[in-house]
Design a protein around this ligand. Structure first.
Ligand SMILES: C[S@@+](CC[C@H](N)C(=O)[O-])C[C@H]1O[C@@H](n2cnc3c(N)ncnc32)[C@H](O)[C@@H]1O
Length: 403
Protein backbone atom coordinates (compact mmCIF):
# COMPACT_ATOMS: atom_id res chain seq x y z
CA UNK A 1 0.00 0.00 0.00
CA UNK A 2 1.45 3.40 -0.95
CA UNK A 3 0.83 5.96 1.77
CA UNK A 4 0.44 9.66 0.97
CA UNK A 5 2.54 11.66 3.48
CA UNK A 6 -0.25 13.94 4.64
CA UNK A 7 -2.56 10.97 4.98
CA UNK A 8 -0.22 8.90 7.15
CA UNK A 9 -2.47 7.59 9.90
CA UNK A 10 -2.84 5.08 12.69
CA UNK A 11 -2.45 1.54 11.38
CA UNK A 12 -0.25 2.46 8.39
CA UNK A 13 3.01 0.58 7.95
CA UNK A 14 6.03 2.43 6.52
CA UNK A 15 9.79 1.86 6.28
CA UNK A 16 12.02 4.47 7.95
CA UNK A 17 15.63 5.04 8.94
CA UNK A 18 15.89 5.59 12.68
CA UNK A 19 17.36 8.91 13.81
CA UNK A 20 18.61 9.86 17.26
CA UNK A 21 17.23 8.74 20.61
CA UNK A 22 14.84 11.16 22.33
CA UNK A 23 13.82 11.80 25.92
CA UNK A 24 11.46 9.01 27.01
CA UNK A 25 13.29 6.11 25.36
CA UNK A 26 11.92 6.25 21.85
CA UNK A 27 13.87 7.24 18.77
CA UNK A 28 12.93 9.88 16.22
CA UNK A 29 12.28 8.92 12.62
CA UNK A 30 10.89 10.99 9.76
CA UNK A 31 8.60 9.95 6.99
CA UNK A 32 8.02 12.51 4.26
CA UNK A 33 8.09 15.40 6.71
CA UNK A 34 6.16 13.71 9.52
CA UNK A 35 7.92 13.02 12.84
CA UNK A 36 7.50 9.54 14.26
CA UNK A 37 8.48 8.47 17.79
CA UNK A 38 9.39 4.79 17.57
CA UNK A 39 10.02 2.42 20.48
CA UNK A 40 12.27 -0.65 20.53
CA UNK A 41 14.64 0.56 17.82
CA UNK A 42 18.22 1.84 17.76
CA UNK A 43 19.62 4.90 15.95
CA UNK A 44 20.82 4.06 12.43
CA UNK A 45 18.55 1.05 11.93
CA UNK A 46 16.23 0.67 9.00
CA UNK A 47 12.89 -0.59 10.25
CA UNK A 48 9.33 -1.15 9.20
CA UNK A 49 6.97 0.49 11.69
CA UNK A 50 3.25 0.62 12.29
CA UNK A 51 1.74 3.95 13.33
CA UNK A 52 -0.07 3.42 16.65
CA UNK A 53 -1.15 6.88 17.78
CA UNK A 54 -1.30 10.51 16.70
CA UNK A 55 0.11 13.11 19.10
CA UNK A 56 -1.69 16.34 20.10
CA UNK A 57 -2.65 18.50 17.09
CA UNK A 58 -1.01 15.90 14.84
CA UNK A 59 2.44 17.30 15.62
CA UNK A 60 3.94 13.80 15.70
CA UNK A 61 2.98 10.16 15.44
CA UNK A 62 3.87 7.22 17.67
CA UNK A 63 4.87 3.96 16.04
CA UNK A 64 5.90 0.43 16.98
CA UNK A 65 8.47 -1.60 15.11
CA UNK A 66 7.06 -4.40 12.94
CA UNK A 67 10.27 -5.61 11.29
CA UNK A 68 13.93 -4.69 11.66
CA UNK A 69 15.14 -4.53 8.06
CA UNK A 70 18.73 -3.49 8.78
CA UNK A 71 19.65 -4.05 12.46
CA UNK A 72 22.23 -2.13 14.45
CA UNK A 73 25.36 -3.95 15.58
CA UNK A 74 24.22 -2.97 19.10
CA UNK A 75 20.99 -4.99 18.84
CA UNK A 76 20.72 -8.09 21.06
CA UNK A 77 18.09 -10.68 21.89
CA UNK A 78 16.15 -9.30 24.91
CA UNK A 79 16.81 -11.37 28.06
CA UNK A 80 13.08 -11.30 28.91
CA UNK A 81 10.37 -12.95 26.84
CA UNK A 82 7.87 -10.24 27.82
CA UNK A 83 10.09 -7.44 26.43
CA UNK A 84 8.16 -5.51 23.82
CA UNK A 85 4.74 -6.20 25.30
CA UNK A 86 5.39 -5.33 28.97
CA UNK A 87 5.59 -1.57 29.51
CA UNK A 88 8.39 -1.90 32.08
CA UNK A 89 11.65 -2.25 30.12
CA UNK A 90 12.18 -0.47 26.84
CA UNK A 91 15.93 -0.96 26.28
CA UNK A 92 16.32 -4.75 26.56
CA UNK A 93 17.06 -5.09 22.84
CA UNK A 94 20.20 -2.92 23.18
CA UNK A 95 23.66 -3.86 24.49
CA UNK A 96 24.18 -2.49 27.97
CA UNK A 97 27.06 -0.27 26.75
CA UNK A 98 24.91 1.26 24.02
CA UNK A 99 22.04 1.77 26.51
CA UNK A 100 24.41 3.99 28.50
CA UNK A 101 25.59 5.88 25.42
CA UNK A 102 21.97 6.61 24.48
CA UNK A 103 21.20 7.83 27.99
CA UNK A 104 24.28 10.10 27.93
CA UNK A 105 23.04 11.52 24.62
CA UNK A 106 19.65 12.31 26.19
CA UNK A 107 21.21 13.97 29.25
CA UNK A 108 23.39 16.18 27.05
CA UNK A 109 20.56 16.98 24.66
CA UNK A 110 18.06 17.90 27.39
CA UNK A 111 20.53 20.10 29.24
CA UNK A 112 21.57 21.80 26.01
CA UNK A 113 18.05 22.36 24.71
CA UNK A 114 16.17 23.13 27.92
CA UNK A 115 19.00 24.25 30.20
CA UNK A 116 20.98 26.21 27.57
CA UNK A 117 24.08 24.75 29.21
CA UNK A 118 27.46 25.94 27.90
CA UNK A 119 29.37 22.67 28.07
CA UNK A 120 32.88 24.20 27.96
CA UNK A 121 32.46 25.22 31.59
CA UNK A 122 31.00 21.94 32.90
CA UNK A 123 33.03 19.09 34.38
CA UNK A 124 31.46 15.92 32.97
CA UNK A 125 33.01 12.85 31.40
CA UNK A 126 30.08 12.74 28.97
CA UNK A 127 29.36 9.21 30.13
CA UNK A 128 26.70 7.48 32.16
CA UNK A 129 28.50 5.43 34.81
CA UNK A 130 27.47 1.90 35.67
CA UNK A 131 27.02 0.73 39.25
CA UNK A 132 28.20 -2.75 40.26
CA UNK A 133 25.86 -5.54 39.20
CA UNK A 134 24.33 -7.67 41.93
CA UNK A 135 25.21 -10.81 40.00
CA UNK A 136 28.09 -10.23 37.56
CA UNK A 137 26.81 -13.17 35.50
CA UNK A 138 23.54 -11.23 34.89
CA UNK A 139 24.61 -7.68 33.92
CA UNK A 140 21.82 -5.13 34.28
CA UNK A 141 19.40 -7.70 35.74
CA UNK A 142 18.03 -8.64 39.17
CA UNK A 143 18.25 -5.13 40.66
CA UNK A 144 14.68 -3.87 41.06
CA UNK A 145 13.82 -3.88 44.78
CA UNK A 146 10.33 -2.42 44.36
CA UNK A 147 7.81 -3.79 41.87
CA UNK A 148 4.26 -2.54 41.50
CA UNK A 149 1.97 -5.19 40.04
CA UNK A 150 -1.36 -4.21 38.53
CA UNK A 151 -4.32 -6.46 39.32
CA UNK A 152 -6.97 -7.16 36.68
CA UNK A 153 -10.73 -7.58 37.23
CA UNK A 154 -10.23 -11.31 37.84
CA UNK A 155 -7.82 -10.66 40.72
CA UNK A 156 -4.68 -11.67 38.77
CA UNK A 157 -1.50 -9.65 39.27
CA UNK A 158 0.78 -8.82 36.36
CA UNK A 159 2.56 -5.91 34.69
CA UNK A 160 0.96 -3.24 32.56
CA UNK A 161 1.33 -2.93 28.78
CA UNK A 162 2.93 0.30 27.51
CA UNK A 163 0.46 3.25 27.33
CA UNK A 164 -2.43 0.98 28.32
CA UNK A 165 -4.29 -0.40 31.33
CA UNK A 166 -4.04 -3.98 30.05
CA UNK A 167 -2.51 -6.32 32.61
CA UNK A 168 -0.08 -8.83 31.11
CA UNK A 169 0.23 -12.18 32.88
CA UNK A 170 3.90 -12.84 33.71
CA UNK A 171 5.75 -15.53 35.60
CA UNK A 172 9.12 -13.77 35.69
CA UNK A 173 10.63 -10.29 35.63
CA UNK A 174 14.34 -10.40 34.87
CA UNK A 175 15.09 -6.99 36.34
CA UNK A 176 13.30 -7.76 39.65
CA UNK A 177 15.48 -8.63 42.62
CA UNK A 178 15.13 -12.36 43.41
CA UNK A 179 13.64 -11.53 46.83
CA UNK A 180 10.59 -10.02 45.08
CA UNK A 181 9.48 -13.56 44.18
CA UNK A 182 7.45 -12.63 41.11
CA UNK A 183 5.76 -16.01 40.66
CA UNK A 184 4.44 -16.04 44.19
CA UNK A 185 2.70 -12.72 43.53
CA UNK A 186 1.39 -13.60 40.07
CA UNK A 187 0.05 -17.02 41.09
CA UNK A 188 -1.84 -15.59 44.08
CA UNK A 189 -5.39 -14.25 43.70
CA UNK A 190 -5.85 -10.62 44.79
CA UNK A 191 -9.62 -10.01 44.68
CA UNK A 192 -10.95 -6.49 45.09
CA UNK A 193 -7.67 -4.56 44.79
CA UNK A 194 -6.12 -2.83 41.81
CA UNK A 195 -2.46 -3.17 42.71
CA UNK A 196 0.05 -5.03 44.83
CA UNK A 197 3.47 -3.57 45.58
CA UNK A 198 6.41 -5.61 46.73
CA UNK A 199 9.45 -3.92 48.28
CA UNK A 200 12.50 -5.83 49.42
CA UNK A 201 15.64 -5.07 51.35
CA UNK A 202 18.57 -7.22 50.21
CA UNK A 203 20.57 -5.83 53.14
CA UNK A 204 18.18 -7.16 55.77
CA UNK A 205 16.82 -10.02 53.61
CA UNK A 206 13.28 -8.78 54.22
CA UNK A 207 10.18 -8.18 52.12
CA UNK A 208 7.07 -5.99 52.46
CA UNK A 209 3.91 -6.64 50.46
CA UNK A 210 1.52 -3.75 50.23
CA UNK A 211 -1.96 -4.64 49.01
CA UNK A 212 -3.87 -1.77 47.42
CA UNK A 213 -2.79 1.80 48.05
CA UNK A 214 -2.71 1.81 51.87
CA UNK A 215 0.60 3.18 53.11
CA UNK A 216 2.98 2.63 55.98
CA UNK A 217 1.82 -0.80 57.13
CA UNK A 218 5.29 -2.25 57.52
CA UNK A 219 8.77 -0.87 57.34
CA UNK A 220 11.99 -2.29 55.94
CA UNK A 221 15.49 -1.76 57.24
CA UNK A 222 18.04 -0.71 54.59
CA UNK A 223 21.78 -0.16 54.95
CA UNK A 224 23.71 2.45 52.97
CA UNK A 225 26.60 4.85 53.46
CA UNK A 226 27.54 3.23 56.75
CA UNK A 227 24.15 3.87 58.38
CA UNK A 228 20.87 2.03 58.65
CA UNK A 229 17.59 3.45 57.39
CA UNK A 230 14.02 2.71 58.30
CA UNK A 231 11.69 2.94 55.28
CA UNK A 232 7.95 2.42 55.65
CA UNK A 233 6.28 0.68 52.75
CA UNK A 234 5.02 3.38 50.41
CA UNK A 235 7.89 5.67 51.45
CA UNK A 236 10.70 6.38 49.00
CA UNK A 237 13.94 4.43 48.86
CA UNK A 238 16.28 4.18 45.87
CA UNK A 239 15.20 1.17 43.89
CA UNK A 240 18.60 -0.18 42.78
CA UNK A 241 20.46 -1.66 45.77
CA UNK A 242 23.68 0.14 44.70
CA UNK A 243 21.96 3.49 44.14
CA UNK A 244 21.98 5.01 47.62
CA UNK A 245 25.75 4.55 48.02
CA UNK A 246 26.49 5.80 44.50
CA UNK A 247 24.35 8.91 44.97
CA UNK A 248 25.66 9.69 48.46
CA UNK A 249 29.23 9.44 47.15
CA UNK A 250 28.43 11.73 44.22
CA UNK A 251 26.56 14.28 46.33
CA UNK A 252 29.28 14.44 48.99
CA UNK A 253 32.09 14.53 46.44
CA UNK A 254 30.45 17.40 44.56
CA UNK A 255 29.39 19.31 47.69
CA UNK A 256 32.70 18.86 49.57
CA UNK A 257 31.16 19.28 53.05
CA UNK A 258 33.23 21.05 55.70
CA UNK A 259 32.94 20.57 59.46
CA UNK A 260 30.00 22.44 60.95
CA UNK A 261 28.38 23.39 57.65
CA UNK A 262 24.61 23.79 57.45
CA UNK A 263 22.70 21.69 54.89
CA UNK A 264 19.11 22.02 53.72
CA UNK A 265 17.98 18.70 52.21
CA UNK A 266 14.84 19.28 50.12
CA UNK A 267 12.63 16.32 49.09
CA UNK A 268 14.56 14.41 51.73
CA UNK A 269 12.67 11.09 51.73
CA UNK A 270 13.73 9.14 54.83
CA UNK A 271 16.73 11.43 55.29
CA UNK A 272 19.47 9.76 53.23
CA UNK A 273 21.58 12.82 52.32
CA UNK A 274 20.69 14.70 55.51
CA UNK A 275 21.83 11.78 57.69
CA UNK A 276 25.16 11.34 55.94
CA UNK A 277 25.78 15.10 55.94
CA UNK A 278 24.97 15.45 59.63
CA UNK A 279 27.11 12.50 60.67
CA UNK A 280 30.09 13.72 58.61
CA UNK A 281 30.00 17.43 59.42
CA UNK A 282 28.31 17.61 62.82
CA UNK A 283 26.56 20.67 61.37
CA UNK A 284 22.94 21.73 61.29
CA UNK A 285 20.66 19.83 58.93
CA UNK A 286 17.13 20.68 57.85
CA UNK A 287 15.38 17.81 56.05
CA UNK A 288 12.14 18.70 54.24
CA UNK A 289 9.77 15.90 53.26
CA UNK A 290 6.02 16.14 52.62
CA UNK A 291 5.10 12.45 52.80
CA UNK A 292 4.06 11.93 56.42
CA UNK A 293 5.38 8.42 57.01
CA UNK A 294 8.64 9.15 55.15
CA UNK A 295 9.12 12.22 57.38
CA UNK A 296 8.39 10.05 60.45
CA UNK A 297 11.02 7.57 59.24
CA UNK A 298 13.46 10.45 58.76
CA UNK A 299 12.87 11.48 62.40
CA UNK A 300 13.92 7.99 63.46
CA UNK A 301 16.84 7.81 61.03
CA UNK A 302 18.27 11.17 62.11
CA UNK A 303 17.58 10.75 65.84
CA UNK A 304 21.32 10.42 66.65
CA UNK A 305 22.08 13.83 65.09
CA UNK A 306 21.37 16.58 67.64
CA UNK A 307 21.42 19.37 65.03
CA UNK A 308 19.12 17.61 62.56
CA UNK A 309 15.53 18.69 62.18
CA UNK A 310 12.84 17.13 59.99
CA UNK A 311 10.17 19.40 58.52
CA UNK A 312 7.10 17.39 57.44
CA UNK A 313 5.89 20.01 54.96
CA UNK A 314 5.86 20.70 51.23
CA UNK A 315 9.07 22.21 49.88
CA UNK A 316 7.04 24.97 48.23
CA UNK A 317 5.85 26.10 51.70
CA UNK A 318 9.18 25.62 53.46
CA UNK A 319 11.15 27.81 51.05
CA UNK A 320 8.67 30.64 51.65
CA UNK A 321 8.34 30.29 55.44
CA UNK A 322 12.13 29.92 55.86
CA UNK A 323 13.18 32.69 53.48
CA UNK A 324 15.79 34.03 55.93
CA UNK A 325 17.81 30.79 56.14
CA UNK A 326 21.47 30.97 55.10
CA UNK A 327 22.50 27.32 54.50
CA UNK A 328 25.99 26.58 53.19
CA UNK A 329 24.71 23.90 50.86
CA UNK A 330 21.31 22.81 49.54
CA UNK A 331 20.63 19.32 48.22
CA UNK A 332 17.45 18.81 46.27
CA UNK A 333 16.12 15.52 44.93
CA UNK A 334 12.66 16.28 43.55
CA UNK A 335 10.22 13.87 41.91
CA UNK A 336 10.03 13.65 38.09
CA UNK A 337 8.32 17.05 37.68
CA UNK A 338 11.40 18.80 39.07
CA UNK A 339 11.54 21.67 41.56
CA UNK A 340 10.18 24.37 39.20
CA UNK A 341 10.86 28.07 39.02
CA UNK A 342 9.39 29.33 42.30
CA UNK A 343 11.35 26.82 44.40
CA UNK A 344 14.57 27.39 42.44
CA UNK A 345 14.18 31.16 42.92
CA UNK A 346 13.82 30.77 46.71
CA UNK A 347 16.72 28.32 46.95
CA UNK A 348 18.95 30.73 45.01
CA UNK A 349 17.83 33.57 47.30
CA UNK A 350 19.36 31.68 50.25
CA UNK A 351 22.71 32.16 48.47
CA UNK A 352 24.21 28.74 49.37
CA UNK A 353 27.80 28.21 48.22
CA UNK A 354 26.67 25.05 46.42
CA UNK A 355 23.44 23.43 45.27
CA UNK A 356 23.52 19.72 44.50
CA UNK A 357 20.56 18.57 42.43
CA UNK A 358 19.74 14.86 42.14
CA UNK A 359 17.54 14.30 39.10
CA UNK A 360 15.62 11.27 37.91
CA UNK A 361 14.45 13.14 34.82
CA UNK A 362 16.99 14.98 32.67
CA UNK A 363 14.24 17.15 31.15
CA UNK A 364 13.21 18.46 34.58
CA UNK A 365 16.90 19.03 35.38
CA UNK A 366 17.26 20.93 32.11
CA UNK A 367 14.30 23.19 32.89
CA UNK A 368 15.49 23.81 36.45
CA UNK A 369 19.08 24.42 35.25
CA UNK A 370 17.72 27.30 33.16
CA UNK A 371 15.99 28.72 36.27
CA UNK A 372 19.19 28.39 38.30
CA UNK A 373 21.02 30.32 35.58
CA UNK A 374 18.30 32.99 35.68
CA UNK A 375 18.83 33.36 39.44
CA UNK A 376 22.63 33.46 39.39
CA UNK A 377 23.79 29.82 39.59
CA UNK A 378 25.67 27.99 36.86
CA UNK A 379 26.09 24.30 36.27
CA UNK A 380 29.63 23.41 37.28
CA UNK A 381 29.75 19.60 37.30
CA UNK A 382 27.65 16.61 36.37
CA UNK A 383 27.62 12.88 37.09
CA UNK A 384 25.19 10.43 35.53
CA UNK A 385 24.45 6.93 36.73
CA UNK A 386 22.80 3.89 35.19
CA UNK A 387 20.54 3.08 38.14
CA UNK A 388 17.77 1.63 35.96
CA UNK A 389 19.43 -0.77 33.49
CA UNK A 390 17.25 -2.13 30.65
CA UNK A 391 15.05 0.98 30.81
CA UNK A 392 15.59 4.44 29.33
CA UNK A 393 15.69 6.00 32.81
CA UNK A 394 18.87 7.68 34.05
CA UNK A 395 19.85 9.44 37.27
CA UNK A 396 21.95 12.59 37.19
CA UNK A 397 23.64 14.57 39.95
CA UNK A 398 24.41 18.20 39.13
CA UNK A 399 26.44 20.79 41.02
CA UNK A 400 25.38 24.43 40.72
CA UNK A 401 27.54 27.25 42.07
CA UNK A 402 27.22 31.03 42.15
CA UNK A 403 28.11 32.46 38.75
C1 LIG B 1 13.13 11.18 44.54
S1 LIG B 1 12.58 11.07 46.19
C2 LIG B 1 14.09 11.44 47.03
C3 LIG B 1 14.24 10.96 48.43
C4 LIG B 1 15.62 10.98 49.05
N1 LIG B 1 16.40 12.14 48.68
C5 LIG B 1 16.38 9.71 48.74
O1 LIG B 1 17.27 9.72 47.88
O2 LIG B 1 16.09 8.68 49.35
C6 LIG B 1 11.60 12.48 46.33
C7 LIG B 1 10.93 12.69 47.68
O3 LIG B 1 10.28 13.95 47.65
C8 LIG B 1 9.03 13.85 48.32
N2 LIG B 1 8.21 14.95 47.77
C9 LIG B 1 7.60 15.01 46.57
N3 LIG B 1 7.06 16.22 46.38
C10 LIG B 1 7.33 16.95 47.49
C11 LIG B 1 7.07 18.28 47.88
N4 LIG B 1 6.40 19.11 47.08
N5 LIG B 1 7.52 18.71 49.07
C12 LIG B 1 8.22 17.89 49.89
N6 LIG B 1 8.51 16.60 49.57
C13 LIG B 1 8.08 16.14 48.38
C14 LIG B 1 8.55 12.46 48.03
O4 LIG B 1 7.64 12.02 49.04
C15 LIG B 1 9.87 11.67 48.03
O5 LIG B 1 10.16 11.18 49.32
Amino acid sequence: MTVEPAALQVGDVVTVTVGSVAHGGHCVARYEGRVLFVRHVIPGEQVQVRVTEEGPKGRYLRAEVVDVVDPSTQRVEPPCRFAGSCGGCDFQHITIEEQRRLKAHVVREQLTRLGKVAWDDVAWTGEVQSVPDLDPARPGLGWRTRVRFAVDDDGRAGLVRHRSHDVIAIDDCVIAHPLVDVTEVTTTQWPGVDEVSVSVSPESDDRAVQVGRARGRKWLEHAAAGRSWRVSSGGFWQVHPRAADALVDAVMDLAQPKPGEHLVDLYAGVGLFAGVWGSRTGGRVDAVEAHRSAAADAEVNLADLPLARVHPVAVERFVVSEATLRPDVVVLDPPRVGAKRAVVQRVAAWRPRAVVYVACDPAALGRDAAYFAEFGYRLEALRSFDLFPMTHHVETVALFVLS
